[in-house]
Design a protein around this ligand. Structure first.
Ligand code: ARG
Length: 564
């Protein structure tokens, strides 16, 4: 049910075809004060059309317009203020929500077409960074959003598992490595080896030469080299998977850069066929001047292919394999240029579907306004951040609700949820800072606040001792507090649509916060459990809020404990 649309339709009947329903919709405003009604229509834009003063037009339309969803209309100067029929709308909205359950707001826009989402994509043998965390949680939320819109998301972890660094790592491991140590602490040990390689190779350039040789062996499929590479990869992945498990995020594919090794020659051949390669000082490039971009470096003078060459192969592979409706890449801002080049090269190749590829950039997580750098050794290991958040959540729970069953589990859901929620509540392109203390608060604009609000709604339902709120036609509520809640429930399809069109999970996070805030106000101002005629309707509202908050959180990738 979309009451804005109902009002637009009613207006359209009066105004006639000089304005379409869509045009009327865009003109509708939300009055600044609640006492001015729920929706306002300014008549200014009709003045020219009808050659009358807007005041007069407003008065005339106000006389005649009518809709079952509108209780009364007030004409104030050039404005028509609509007061909606709360009784009718609340009954309809609650019925729709209770009927649909978790499918509330779903549409079939995507017609089951595939949407690959390139997300997380850390580099083997290196710590997964906070940037990769952002990519993981943003990608996961986008997957859930496109799924609500009727698409089939395909979550792809495009691992950085190829490159000359693996030659160096193989050399370092053979010189100084220990199998046991790597098994115990894969990433930390591999990183140590890599760092040591760089230190030692400064004194001993011979090492670099060996690194190059071993990478060559790896490329040529040498058994020893391949075995080590595979092992580094699987050990690293084990460690990454621990984090993904904690975040409760899964992937449909781990096809990383190496997956495209045998698909590179075809890309080069295609580029050659289309005659867009040029050789510049030994390197093979695609000129992108007409796109106002630097040339894309496809092959180095020694024949080695590059990051972008692999992404070309991956893009073509994804189009062939998934016949995608859209192909998304949740990757930091700093790679914006890379994705522009990628799309431009594909465009040059004549692939118009490159227009359906979208880079979804995001900002940095900073500390004290500065970029967290891994180089300087300030590696913020994700696990540590999550551990801190969980410990802080546990402290809060101990203080608030010491008898809570499953305290550890709930603390985990709250701590991890807080980190995810904080990441997603900000518009993704912005940089943000955070401290664990701030984000694990049960009050304020936090994940725990939303979870806590939902748990409170669940506890009201428990107190009411009802197992199920039946779907019914007559859950009508008329007070101003419930009305704010009803409106947020009603708007859900538009909210999802906006989140989808902007690829912006923060739209969902804000919806969750607003719904939680509106519900808490309602709860503070009404006596939900008092026995009277309206009680079933109030409980229906509580149930609807509990379910919708849970759905918002689910989309974001945050769990919703029933008690906390
Ligand atoms: N591994 C890369 C990095 O850590 C990110 C890969 C992003 N995905 C892609 N298809 N280029 O910077």
């Amino acid at each position: 049910m979309n009451y804005k649309l109902k009002v637009a339709e009613a207006l359209h009947e009066q105004i006639g075809d000089s304005l379409t329903i869509e045009e009327i919709l865009t003109l509708l405003e939300k009055p600044k004060q609640a006492s001015h009604g729920d929706i306002a229509f300014p008549a200014f834009s009709l003045a020219k059309l009808f050659r009358k003063a807007p005041q007069q037009i407003a008065a005339e339309i106000g006389e005649n317009v009518s809709s079952p969803y509108v209780e009364k209309i007030e004409v104030v100067g050039p404005y028509l203020n609509f007061f909606l029929d709360k009784k009718l709308i609340s009954s309809q909205v609650l019925k729709e929500m209770l009927e649909a359950g978790t499918e509330y707001g779903n549409t079939n826009l995507g017609d089951h077409r595939n949407v690959p989402i390139d997300m997380s994509s850390p580099n083997i043998a290196k710590p997964i960074s906070l940037g990769h965390l952002r990519s993981t949680v943003i990608g996961n939320a986008l997957a859930n959003i496109v799924e609500k819109m009727g698409y089939q998301p395909v979550k792809i972890n495009h691992l950085g598992d190829w490159g000359t660094q693996f030659g160096k790592l193989i050399v370092a491991y053979q010189l100084w490595g220990s199998e046991e140590a790597v098994r115990a602490n894969p990433i930390q040990e591999l990183l140590k080896l890599y760092v040591r390689f760089h230190e030692e190779s400064e004194k001993n350039p011979e090492l670099d030469e060996q690194g190059r040789e071993w990478f060559k062996k790896l490329e040529d499929g040498d058994e020893k080299a391949t075995e080590l590479w595979k092992w580094f990869r699987s050990e690293s992945l084990k460690e990454f998977n621990q984090i993904y498990d904690r975040l409760n995020i899964t992937f449909d594919s781990y096809n990383g850069e190496a997956f495209y090794n045998d698909k590179m020659q075809e890309v080069i051949d295609l580029l050659e066929e289309k005659n867009i390669l040029t050789v510049d000082r030994g390197a093979t490039i695609v000129d992108l001047e007409k796109y106002n971009l630097n040339p894309a470096l496809i092959k180095k003078s020694d024949g080695a292919t590059l990051y972008i060459t692999r992404d070309l192969a991956a893009a073509i592979y994804r189009k062939r394999t998934y016949d995608f409706a859209m192909s998304l890449y949740a990757v930091g801002n700093e790679q914006a240029n890379h994705f522009k080049q990628l799309k431009a090269v594909l465009k040059e190749m004549g692939y118009d579907w490159s227009d359906d590829m979208h880079h979804i950039p995001f900002g940095l997580i900073t500390q004290g306004g500065k970029k967290l750098s891994t180089r300087k050794g300030k590696i913020v290991l994700l696990n540590e951040v999550l551990d801190d958040a969980v410990a802080t959540a546990l402290k809060q729970i101990e203080a608030k609700n010491p008898d809570l069953p499953n305290k550890e589990k709930v603390a985990d859901q709250v701590g991890v949820g807080a980190v995810i929620f904080h990441d997603l509540k900000n518009e993704r392109v912005n940089n943000f800072d955070f401290t664990i203390e701030e984000i694990v608060q049960f009050e304020g604009e936090t994940g725990p606040y939303v979870q806590y609000t939902r748990a409170r709604a669940m506890s009201i339902l428990r107190k009411a001792e009802i197992n199920e709120v039946p779907v019914a036609d007559n859950y009508s509520l008329t007070d101003d507090y419930s009305w704010e809640v009803i409106k947020l429930i009603q708007e859900y399809d538009q909210t999802l649509r906006r989140a989808f069109e902007k690829f912006e999970p923060s739209v969902i996070a804000k919806h969750a916060l607003h719904l939680a805030q509106a519900f808490n106000k309602y709860y503070a101002n009404s006596r939900v459990l008092v026995e009277d005629e309206e009680k079933p309707a109030r409980l229906a509202l509580v149930k609807a809020v509990a379910d919708l908050l849970k759905e918002d959180l689910r989309i974001l990738g945050v769990e919703a404990p029933d008690q906390m």
